[in-house]
Design a protein around this ligand. Structure first.
Ligand SMILES: NC(=O)c1ncn([C@@H]2O[C@H](COP(=O)(O)O)[C@@H](O)[C@H]2O)c1NC=O
Length: 546
């Protein structure tokens, strides 16, 4: 492989660059007139495309059309405007080199010292639900080419990709030019911007075109062994929202980034309270993940990414979401202190009345009734987050490991369809028990492995989480449930490797159990349930969560 080699001794020194000629081509016209005013006042020649030129002209300033420079009309519905040597040579000429200066002169092309470009609104177009042809038309080609050209040539050209950079350009006009350090910084921003833009385009193709899109449409799981299902190169783009006070601990720096076009916790609106912390975001994410596993009104209360209570509202309760909260809280009121609460329905006045008396870090919900908001706003320390319209859990999950990333489909919950479960011990569950088993199975998905969850009447009553063996999780669940263990049902996120864990549950009086099955010692486990006269179902599906 051979690259281009340049003898650095040929470079002439260039730090401050006086702006004499600027190229402007922007979709977002924010701040354009103010910038043009300053450029005109400094005698800068402005060259511009279609509606950008029109805006500048309408404001009363002289502007040269790109087509006058190229001698070629803007054509093909704007697909070809600035893509021309008369423009690109002016942007790319490295005037530190005498040879480039000579060539420009021979070609009769003038150099630019400033390029101001922002791109077609691709992400916004996708988010608007536009049809594919419109989305494709909003892939900017000439813009990124200009941005990258100017950024490459930062030794000579300043590139502004956002109105946020205009004030420093205006300032440079009065200070005798842009500095090299400034142009280098702008160039870095510019390359990050085009990279993130192309990542959004690539993500659109991955999601809407090809194998994955076909699987999505058919609601089929993507085959696990087919490399064609995964992009050859994975790029993740996210925009800095703001820095956080600190990370998981106070000595760790942290920031939150949002993925363009997503509708998740990162896009939630904070309606009240102190700034969200790093741990608040982690727990709020776990909380909505848990609450949104249910179609019925549901509440999850999370601490350290684990539920200390999950419940659905009773079907006859006058205020189902308040009922769900009260029953989720009752699971483990001690641990719920300082918890993060997620509701999958608007928070009502009745729920707010209860929450206000419990020390709570965050409440996250799709909405808050006005009177609920009024009540909760009296609590200085509580943070209230409203989920964005169309809130959706991510389809895929990325986990960082040293030196790489792990990518998987999200664990979409499918367990409500208990008709596929296999009865392996005891009698077929009656409707009430079956409903409790379905609830327990769904709820235990949100508990870190090894997970054991005891439930009664649509509410968790004891949760054993995050233990390195299943017996300890069983003990924990039973201890937390206390007297409530007797007559409850249990769910286990993965099979019981031995009967010992199950025996802990049986001794505590659990009356029915749901678990994936699949251990080589299933026989012994089933026999223990059988001997105790306890109903046991195999789901054939595991829900590890780490
Ligand atoms: N085709 C080209 O040569 C071209 N040159 C610049 N653009 C984009 O056109 C937009 C501005 O166009 P207008 O000034 O007509 O509104 C900018 O977003 C710029 O990134 C182009 N459009 C897209 O590919």
């Amino acid at each position: 492989m051979s690259g281009h080699a340049i003898d650095p001794s040929l470079y002439r020194d260039r730090d401050a660059v006086v702006i004499r000629r600027a190229l402007l081509s922007v979709s977002d016209k924010t701040g354009l007139v103010e910038l043009a005013t300053a450029l005109a006042a400094s005698g800068v020649e402005m060259v511009s495309t279609g509606s950008t030129a029109q805006t500048i002209r309408d404001a009363g300033f002289a502007v040269t059309d790109v087509s006058a420079v190229t001698g070629f009309p803007e054509s093909l519905d704007g697909r070809v405007k600035t893509l021309h040597p008369a423009i690109h040579a002016g942007v790319l000429a490295d005037l530190r080199l005498e040879s480039h200066e000579d060539q420009l002169r021979d070609l009769g092309i003038a150099a630019f010292e400033l390029v101001v470009v922002n791109l077609y609104p691709f992400v916004e177009t996708v988010a608007s639900g536009a049809e594919t042809p419109t989305v494709i038309e909003n892939i900017d080609i000439g813009g990124p080419a200009l941005v990258r050209a100017a950024a490459k040539n930062h030794a000579n050209v300043a590139i502004a990709v956002s109105p946020a950079s205009y004030p420093q350009i205006v300032k440079a006009l009065t200070l005798g030019g842009t500095t090299l350090a400034q142009r280098q910084r702008l160039a870095g921003e510019a390359f990050a911007h085009t990279a993130s833009y192309d990542t959004a385009v690539a993500a659109y193709f991955a999601e809407n075109v090809g194998v994955r899109a076909e699987h999505e449409a058919a609601r089929e799981p993507v085959l696990h062994d087919d490399a064609a299902d995964f992009e050859a190169e994975l790029t993740v783009t996210a925009e800095l929202q703001h820095t956080l006070r600190y990370g998981e601990n106070s000595h760790q720096r942290a920031a939150i980034y949002a993925q363009p076009g997503s509708r998740g916790i990162a896009q939630a609106e904070q309606l009240h309270g102190k700034e969200m912390s790093y741990n608040n975001y982690v727990d709020a994410d776990a909380a909505v993940r848990a609450a949104y596993d249910f179609e019925d009104p549901a509440v999850a209360i999370i601490k350290h990414a684990n539920p200390c209570g999950i419940a659905v509202g009773g079907p006859l309760a006058p205020d189902p979401i308040a009922d769900a909260h009260a029953r989720a809280h009752a699971c483990d009121p001690v641990s719920a202190y300082g918890g993060v609460i997620a509701a999958n329905r608007p928070v009502t006045r009745a729920m707010a009345e209860t929450v206000k008396d419990i020390f709570t870090e965050v409440v996250v919900a799709p909405a808050f009734d006005d009177d609920a908001l009024e009540i909760l706003r009296t609590k200085k320390n509580i943070r209230l987050l409203r989920l964005p319209e169309g809130f959706a859990l991510a389809d895929r999950e990325v986990k960082q490991i040293s030196g790489g990333l792990l990518l998987q489909d999200s664990d979409r919950f499918t367990g409500f369809d208990s008709s596929r479960w296999q009865l392996v011990a005891g009698e077929e569950a009656d409707d009430e028990t079956r409903a409790d088993l379905e609830f327990a199975w769904a709820a235990c998905r949100s508990v870190k492995s090894n997970a054991i969850l005891l439930a009664h009447e649509g509410a968790s009553v004891g949760v054993g989480m995050g233990q390195v063996n299943r017996v300890d999780s069983c003990h924990l669940a039973v201890d937390r449930a206390g007297e409530r263990a007797a007559g409850s049902v249990a769910a286990s996120d993965a099979f019981f490797p031995f009967a010992d864990g199950l025996e802990v549950l049986l001794e505590a009086g659990v009356r029915a159990v749901v678990q994936p099955g699949g251990s080589i010692r299933d026989e012994g486990v089933v026999a223990a349930a059988q001997a105790a006269g306890v109903t046991m179902y195999f789901t054939g599906e595991r829900h590890f969560f780490h």
